[in-house]
Design a protein. Sequence first.
Length: 263
Amino acid sequence: MTHAMAPDGTRIAYQLHGHGTPLVLLAGQANNHHWWDGIRTDFHPARSTLTLDYRGTGDSDKPDIPYSTELFAQDVIAVLDELGIDRADVYGTSMGGRVAQQLAARHPDRVEALVLGCTSPGGPHSVERGNDVRRALAQPRPGAARQALRELMYTPRWLASHPGPHHTLGDPGMPAHARRHHLAAGNRHDAWDILPDIGAPTLVVHGTDDLLNPTANAHLLADRIPGARLHLIPDARHAYFEEFRTEAGPLVLDFLTTARKPS
């Protein structure tokens, strides 16, 4: 297992596959790099893919200290530094999109082009999920909350033909303290004031039927980030990138290729 060292001494595991211009893939909250297992090869004809295990997940260290999306972004920088990558394209989904916002706004020299998927700006300006969704995810009956999450991620038709395992439902090996810190990091995220500082070409992607992270957040991001493009995928829920991979993957690659063309 290959690791980079964060400034505070935390070891961050990372995985680099494929050949060509690197594309950094950032996973959702309380998930490790396996979030991307089902689709990362879709990018390999054109790109190499770089993933990491957030602190608290996978093979990274799991310090019992406060986490934040800004801290996760610093961990991404540590991985890029370890590999000698000056600038990279970044594709973040869900909480990974929040980390990507911090990365692009606070480290603009390191991000060539940016894709934000199924994410939000956080803070008081964001649109929160409904109380019915909160209740579904807080069910005490064993397995009920996990099934609710599965149904928020994927459509019933897709679940009927893809029984799993699903790698987007959380890292099963996380200790309890790391889960708490990940939840707190997501809840504290508020990038509203720094979104206008993002100078990288940006694509915002969201499913029209996403209730876990309401679709209205995509419009907020696209309006707040200068020059951002918005693409909504009809009928898609939170894990649009996997279920609707035949649309989402080419969309992202086409955008990144266009963004890199000389003006």
